[in-house]
Structures are given as C-alpha cells and as structure tokens.
Design a protein. Structure first.
Length: 231
C-alpha cells in the first residue's frame, strides 16, 4: 500500500458537496467528519448525508466518527456503504466487538486517538483494526495549526504496528499541508487527511497530487534510512 490522500469535506462548500467531491477525482478517499456537539464542540453531518454522499461519488468514503456513542451508531455508516469507519477509543464501550462488526459489514475499521491520548494502551486492539487515526489537532474544527507534539506519537504508532505484524494504516488528521506532510510521512504516517490545504487550493486535485508526491518522497527516504541502519 502506498501513500494515500483523503481530502476532508469539512473544508468544502456544504451546499455543493457533490460538486466539491468531483473537484478531487484523483483522491484515494473522501474524508467525512461526523461530529455530534457532545464528544467534540461542533456539529457537522450525520448518517443521512453520508447515505447520499455514497451515491454521489465513486471515491470511497472515509468516515471519521467524533461522536459520543459509536457502539450504537458506527455500524450504520458501514451499512450505508462507507469504505472505512473510524471510531474513537476514548468513548467506545466495546471496541473489539465494534471493530469486528464494522469489518463484518464490509468496511475497514479504524480507531481514532486524540492528541492527549496515549497509543500504547491500545496495542492489543491492533489485530482487530485496519487503521490507526492520530489526531494532529484537537478535534472539532478544521483549519487548526498542526501540533508538533504528535510527531513522536506517529513514530510510536508506526513501530507498534510494525511489531504487531499486522497490515495497518497510520492516518494523520489535522493541519496537514505542504508545510507539514513530509514530517508526518517521515514519522511513519501513510494516510493523510487534508481539508483546507486541498479545498482551499486553486486546483484541489493538483494539490492532492502535490501532497501525495511530497509524502511519497519522504516515506521513501525514511524507508531507505531504516534499511541502512539495519545493515
């Protein structure tokens, strides 16, 4: 699996979501931030909109649920046709059961981890999930500056994934741009959520390519350095 870019429609024009998604035809995913004004201090879109978005694009939906009761609501997003559904470990009551349910419904399962939440306590969940999403801003609003403090956590997550032997993606979400993506890729991320950087660009699809190329180069440099240190 190579580098993947998942533009976040949180930064798109909500009145024209179908047209906005069509502006990034070469994106790997469309990132959909679902917020409930309870787990995070913002209210965005929910299941009915996702059900419509599935039919408005051929790009798979990457649904990030920042909601209080994912055990109850997350399966519905998989049933609606989302290709990936991420729930937060901070609020999941039965994360193993939930992850297995999402997979059984045909979606990739992901766990989301806030900046202040450590990664290590959740290492036993890795065999049950397909992706670890690390928030690189405080969740709730787009356009926030990238938190440098999360870079060591990205490295830690990548190392834990390597030790697990599982094929798991490491996603970063928040403040991802031309100024930050290379550092994230160097730390071990391979899936990048970018909102303002993409939809705020004059040519969003060209920005998708630019970000992917930058991350690919940084990731290749990291891999070469890792191989060199092992010899």
């Amino acid at each position: 699996m190579g580098i993947q870019i998942s533009p976040s429609i949180l930064a798109a024009d909500f009145a024209r979501l179908g047209e906005e998604m069509a502006r990034v035809p070469d994106a790997d995913w469309i990132h959909v931030d679902v917020m409930d004004y309870d787990f995070v201090p913002n209210l965005t879109i929910g299941l009915p909109v996702v059900e419509s978005l599935v039919h408005a694009t051929s790009i798979p939906l990457d649904c990030h649920l920042m909601i209080r009761d994912p055990d109850r609501w997350a399966p519905g997003y998989a049933e609606a046709g989302a290709g990936s559904v991420t729930f937060h470990v901070e609020v999941a009551a039965a994360p193993v059961r939930l992850a297995r349910s999402l997979r059984a419904l045909g979606a990739r399962s992901g766990i989301g981890i806030n900046p202040s939440t450590p990664v290590a306590p959740y290492v036993d969940l890795l065999p049950e999930v397909d992706m670890v999403l690390l928030m690189t801003v405080e969740p709730g609003f787009g356009g926030q500056p990238f938190l440098e403090m999360v870079l060591p956590k990205i490295r830690e997550a990548r190392e834990l994934v390597r030790r697990s032997g599982c094929d798991i993606w490491v996603q970063v979400d928040g403040g991802v741009s031309e100024a930050t993506i290379e550092r994230c890729a160097d730390a071990g991320a391979d899936v990048f959520v970018a909102g303002s950087a993409v939809f705020g660009a004059d040519d969003p699809d060209r920005m998708v390519h630019t970000l992917r190329d930058m991350a690919t180069r940084a990731s290749a440099t990291r891999a070469s350095a890792t191989r060199a240190s092992a010899t």
